[in-house]
Design a binder for this molecule. Sequence first.
Ligand code: FES
Length: 74
Amino acid sequence: MIVCVCHRVSDRDIRRQAQACSSFDELQVETGVSTACGRCGDCAQAVFHEARHGGLPRTAIAILECRAAPQLAA
Ligand code: FES
């Protein structure tokens, strides 16, 4: 799924880059995710957290569910 519409960054892109990036800031430099409108920030951070640490906190799951629907319609 596309997480960042502004920079066309998918959850796969984030997962792949998460192995090479030690922080979310570094991911932003590498991909541009969440550096334009910022609407993808919560979702991008949740995917990054999942890729780096495994599993998702409950709040992150809720964010993904809430944010996925509008982006899929875009
Ligand atoms: S959707 Fe990611 S910066 Fe706009």
